[in-house]
Design a protein around this ligand. Sequence first.
Ligand code: 4NP
Length: 146
Amino acid sequence: MIKICFVCLGNICRSPMAEFVLKDKVKKLNLENKFLIVSRATSYEEAGNSMHRGTKEMLNKKNIPHTEHIATRLEIDDYNKYDYFICMDESNIINTLRIFKTDPYNKIIKLNKEDVKDPWYTGNFIETYEDIDEGTDKLLENLKVK
Ligand code: 4NP
């Protein structure tokens, strides 16, 4: 079982988009039972809220199924629950490390070399989707399941 936690600032735009995009890819590869995929925030800004409307609309446009989502902040106890904390940008990496204090197993990584731009600020959900689509494809290749 590969346990993946996507991480962004608010857990309403980028990390839940990545969660549902990867869940869809894994399902299409018939590998659903090999993966546990969740997403979390580094802040409490949006805690308890559902996904951003723009994220839901983008997923619907791409026919990617999604379930009810409740934005949740990453907590120190999460470190042992997942194999990878896949961050959307450099500030997520810094803030994730701040929450865990240390990363002895090098679990904290970034999805793409470049930061995934935050549609909360840019309003551009298409560009975010494209970055996440590319990043999750590479992730599956790197995990040698594709
Ligand atoms: P996300 O976008 O990190 O991709 O979910 C954001 C959502 C909310 C806020 C910032 C970024 N906020 O400051 O409330």
